[in-house]
Design a protein around this ligand. Structure first.
Ligand SMILES: [Zn+2]
Length: 289
């Protein structure tokens, strides 16, 4: 995988990168075992993923369906005394992704919100939006091509939705995010289905090849198609799913497709929160804790 500080940082970062890497190798700068943690929180049937960079900056993608569960799981992995989450990304306005975020705002300060469809008129969702506005937290609806600047060595890019080609279903317009940390890469897919996958393969094919894939839509049979897997070729596929859920997720067909693709499957319903730690920027440095 190639470093993706493509556009803005260029040569400047290349120099810094070398210094940083030598410091990491010598252990001179950071004592922590991991510079980056990506935690697929066990929030039952839903999604909540914490990106913890340098134990100082956090991005939370979705908040699962239940505030109490989210607070409990976050409490286990957030740095002690850090009550701030820099950015919350809400992939789409479905309860199993935003339900826990109302409580989050009572316990953590959030600097900024990125949300897919802010216009959704669901009452429970508008309650969350009102609370965000009450607290004067900026809320934006990002589109494909936006980048999140949170630290020099962490590159987070929004690769969907494309605002000019929105789909009918909220699921299909989920915010899809690619994260690059040195030679390690992750793709977070919300609840997209085959239609969005097809469009991504067609229009963003060069950004899909990753090491770690958050399997879309809790392992639904209508997502993570063969053509999507051919492009993403993940070494690890993480399914965020509740035990004995009423949707039958993850679907048997999907597990077979993942099996055929050779990806190692990790599931929050079987192994609790899946904690991935990245110790250096080098290839394959991210490992399950
Ligand atoms: Zn969902």
């Amino acid at each position: 995988m190639v470093l993706s500080f493509r556009k803005i940082f260029g040569i400047f970062v290349a120099g810094l990168f070398f210094i940083f890497l030598s410091q990491v190798v010598n252990g001179a700068t950071f004592n922590r075992a991991s510079l980056l943690e990506v935690v697929f929180l066990n929030v039952g049937q839903g999604d909540a993923i914490l990106i913890n960079y340098l134990n100082r900056y956090q991005v939370l993608i979705d908040g699962g369906p239940d505030g109490k569960v989210l607070m409990y799981e976050l409490g286990k992995v957030m740095p002690k005394d850090d009550k701030k989450i820099e950015i919350v990304i809400l992939t789409h306005p479905d309860w199993d992704h935003f339900g826990g975020l109302v409580d989050l705002l009572d316990y953590y300060s959030v600097e900024s919100f990125l949300a897919g469809n802010i216009e959704s008129d669901k009452e429970s969702f508008q309650k969350l939006i009102s609370k965000i506005q009450e607290k004067s937290i900026p809320i934006n609806s990002p589109e494909s091509g936006s980048r999140i600047d949170i630290g020099e060595y962490l590159d987070i890019e929004i690769i969907a939705p494309d605002k000019e080609f929105l789909f009918k279903e909220d699921n299909d317009n989920s915010i899809v995010t690619r994260l690059d940390f040195g030679e390690n890469s992750f793709l977070f897919t919300g609840d997209i289905g085959e239609k969005t996958e097809e469009s991504l393969v067609k229009n963003q094919g060069n950004l899909l090849d990753v090491d770690w894939l958050k399997v879309a839509h809790h392992g639904s049979k209508n997502a993570t198609s063969d053509i999507f897997l051919e492009k993403t070729t993940p070494d690890f596929a993480v399914i965020s799913v509740g035990k004995d859920n009423r949707y039958g997720h993850p679907a048997e067909e999907l597990l077979e497709r993942l099996g055929k693709s050779g990806s190692k499957i990790l599931r929050t319903d079987e192994s609790d929160s899946v904690i991935v730690e990245c110790g250096t920027l080098k290839e394959e440095s991210c490992k399950v804790k």
